[in-house]
Design a protein around this ligand. Structure first.
Ligand SMILES: [Zn+2]
Length: 408
């Protein structure tokens, strides 16, 4: 295994490997798997903790913790190591019950090539990409590994652990809930509930000074994008090494650890409510998409009213959306002349930001479609589903086309 930049103050990649192996062999509750490799071929590991042991990705709800997207922001990584060990060892009956109902998935070292404590280019990955601005395009092996977990597990709660230089001088740790257009408000409210009623009181009780981090507006930032994937999401920022009055490193790791423990309490209290909120949001958004019921905001300045029924892309554009198809389960109808991506889909909150011409971070320019095609006569021929589609006027000039296949 290639080594990244390491520093004695960090758990090195070699130490991480040893620690996680030991955790896995010592405790039935833990499984460790390499799910990707960085630009420089360092392992990216997923650690699952559940009771009595981890189960399949779809067999239980999931809380997902990622740390160290920015190479030198490492305290959350250390706090994650502590939390996975805490969950593996605890004999607390309530937490064991919690671990019987949900599994925790950690991706503690998202940017292994640049693991360091000082900032000599340590924010970026080895291709010079800011991973926390790559969550629309998904061009990097590190962001692809991060999204493979979301694809497999569909987490209910996602935390993204960072450190920052621009926190207020008097605070030790700050939090940001998702912002921007097309955020599912009921889930955002739960993120606020998590911060205000669980995390902050726990940290204040330990005499840490908490605050609110200036929200990141860009939709390509992780927490904004995963909330569009119907997870309660939260960005956590302790002060960085070179900040004024930076708390000792042990305290910064402790703050991340205590934040994760507060997440455990939150989820224990809210689990069934969260599931119903999540699925009511999903159903509502699908219904809104199908009926074109609400204007669609693409940015702070552009709102489409009425909203499009969907988009068409060319075959070449569709082929270029490989990570959307594979990691975000993007589906479409191949109409023969073009490929139609409906807004009557769970994924409607993410899609426009990826493909609408007026999205700030879009990766291609799709064509907006005013009116959805109506599928009125479904018949199955042979092994391939073939459906006759009647086209409402204004979409394409043919009255009937064949849907040759449903694209994954
Ligand atoms: Zn960061």
């Amino acid at each position: 295994m290639a080594q990244g930049v390491t520093d004695p103050d960090n758990t090195t990649l070699a130490e991480e490997s040893t620690f996680l192996s030991l955790l896995e062999t010592t405790y039935d509750r833990v499984s460790v798997e390499v799910i990707g490799s960085s630009v420089n071929n360092n392992d990216i590991r997923k650690v699952v903790v559940a009771h009595p042991q981890p189960v399949g990705p779809q067999d239980r709800p999931c809380i997902y913790i990622i740390a160290q997207q920015h190479g030198w922001e490492t305290a959350g990584r250390e706090g994650s190591f502590w939390m996975m060990r805490f969950l593996a060892e605890t004999q607390d009956a309530q937490i064991i019950e919690h671990l019987s109902n949900v599994q925790w998935v950690f991706l503690p070292t998202a940017n292994p090539d640049n693991l360091r404590v000082s900032d000599d280019g340590g924010r970026l990955n080895s291709n010079g990409v800011d991973l926390n601005r790559d969550h629309l395009a998904l061009t990097q092996p590190e962001t692809q590994a991060i999204w493979s977990v979301i694809h497999d597990y569909d987490p209910d709660v996602i935390l993204d652990l960072h450190e920052a230089r621009n926190t207020a001088p008097e605070t030790d740790i700050e939090f940001a809930v998702p912002v921007g257009v097309e955020i599912p408000q009921k889930l955002r409210n739960e993120a606020i509930n998590l911060v205000e009623n669980y995390v902050k009181p726990a940290l204040i009780g330990l005499s840490y000074v908490v605050g609110d981090y200036e929200p990141i507006i860009r939709v390509s930032a992780f927490t904004n994008m995963v909330e569009k994937n119907y997870a309660v999401s939260l960005l956590v920022e302790t002060e960085r090494e070179d900040d004024v009055n930076v708390p000792p490193r042990i305290d910064r790791a402790t703050m991340h650890f205590e934040t994760l423990k507060a997440v455990q309490t939150f989820y224990s209290n809210k689990a069934s409510a969260l599931v119903s909120i999540k699925y009511s949001e999903i159903n509502e958004k699908i219904k809104e998409g199908r009926g074109q019921l609400k204007p669609l905001s693409i940015s702070d300045t552009v709102t489409l009213d009425p909203p499009p029924a969907g988009y068409t892309v060319s075959s070449a554009q569709w082929d270029s959306l490989i990570y959307e198809r594979n990691l975000v389960k993007l589906r479409a109808l191949d109409t023969g002349s073009s490929i139609f991506i409906s807004m009557s889909r769970r994924g409607k909150l993410r899609t426009p930001f990826v493909i609408d011409t007026d999205s700030y971070d879009n990766i291609l320019n799709a064509t907006r479609i005013a009116t959805a095609p109506i599928i009125n006569d479904v018949s199955v021929v042979g092994k391939v589903g073939l459906s006759k589609v009647s086209i409402v006027s204004g979409w394409v000039d043919r009255q009937t086309i064949l849907v040759s296949k449903i694209l994954e």
